[in-house]
Design a protein around this ligand. Structure first.
Ligand code: ATP
Ligand code: MG
Length: 309
């Protein structure tokens, strides 16, 4: 549905997007994850035809956006990072404006406005100007404006930054629903928990470069130190620690006061054997916790930095 080939975007000497390639398949929920300044918005804005493409190619649904920008843009609904709504128009008039831009008229336009308002949970605010809306409500209105023309592709640039938890859940649920109904979604964020929870395919970018891409399971496999098992236990001695070290897939075992920290590549299959060793040595177990690597760990392993620095 979306193909980026060798995309480069420079601002003077600053290379904001440095030779990025990726494909987004039809119906996919694609996450673009990266820290501030990574080049997420520049990539998105290039896909939407808002920035001039100097180097590289982008095709949308088989259409080259340099050759036929209008046709390509029709297929996209963008929820930009900076809100794009008019404070002096009512919620309904805002959506009408964007619907008309996309070529909708008459009864169909009216139906779509009501549908979009309902979808984002703002039907009761149809006749109100967004002046006094909360940040989350403004963002939801912005989503309604982006989906009024039923685009095949919905692109959201950090839609949940700085908004209340209720609106955040509403936005995440509604975007998931749009995807289930068949829309292809590109979702950018620097919140790795969000991307991890909702995206099928994830591209991690940093300093304008794509540093890894795959499903969350594939990305986590990039991290060598895979899982940690933390066991709170009494009466652990160093013989027990040594015995655990000899088990399969165990990479490291540390005893820190009453806590055993075990690093393994396969906690599922080895947990039973660990418990057997502990029980044989009459260790009293108070609690067990398994910690899987997250995308933060992946980012740290690939770049040596934290995502949220
Ligand atoms: N209009 C512009 N003029 C000059 N430099 C820009 C412009 N827009 C972005 N940049 C630079 O390009 C780089 C990438 O910025 P971009 O906004 O794409 O990052 P981002 O990943 O969206 O970050 P954020 O999470 O803060 O939104 C940054 O170094 C930024 O300073
Ligand atoms: Mg951005």
């Amino acid at each position: 549905m979306i193909k980026l080939k060798n995309l480069v975007k420079k601002y003077g000497q600053n290379i904001a997007v440095d030779n990025i390639n990726f494909n987004v398949n039809e119906g996919e929920f694609f996450g673009l994850l990266g820290p501030n300044g990574a080049g997420k918005s520049t990539t998105i804005n290039s896909i939407c035809g808002l920035l001039k493409i100097e180097q590289g190619e982008i095709t949308i649904d088989g259409i080259d956006i340099k050759k036929n920008p209008l046709e390509a843009k029709k297929r996209i609904g963008l929820v930009p990072q900076e809100l794009a709504i008019f404070d002096e128009l009512t919620a309904s008039e805002n959506i009408e404006f964007f619907g008309k831009l996309a070529g909708l008229r008459g009864n169909l336009l009216k139906e779509r406005i009501n549908e979009a308002l309902e979808f984002v949970g703002l039907s009761h605010k149809a006749k109100t100007t967004p002046h006094d809306f909360s940040g989350g409500m403004k963002r939801r209105l912005n989503i309604a404006c982006a989906i009024v023309h039923h685009p095949k592709i919905i692109i959201l640039d950090e839609p949940t930054v700085g908004i209340d938890p209720q609106s955040r859940h509403h936005i995440l649920d509604s975007v998931k629903q749009l995807n289930k109904l068949g829309s292809t979604v590109i979702y950018t964020s620097h919140y790795m928990e969000e991307v991890e929870a909702i995206c099928d395919q994830i591209a991690i970018i940093d300093h304008g470069r794509l540093i890894a891409e795959g499903t969350k399971e594939e990305l986590k496999k990039l991290v060598l130190e895979e899982e940690k098992i933390l066991i709170e236990a009494l009466d652990v001695n160093f013989n027990t620690v040594d015995e655990i070290k000899l088990l399969n897939t165990i990479k490291d075992v540390k005893l820190d006061e009453n806590q055993l920290k075990i690093v393994t590549s396969d906690s599922q299959h080895i947990l039973q054997d660990i418990l057997f060793v502990l029980s044989k040595n009459q260790v009293r177990i108070k609690g067990i916790q398994i910690i899987e690597p997250d995308l933060e760990t992946v980012f740290l392993a690939l770049t040596g930095r934290n995502l949220r620095d």
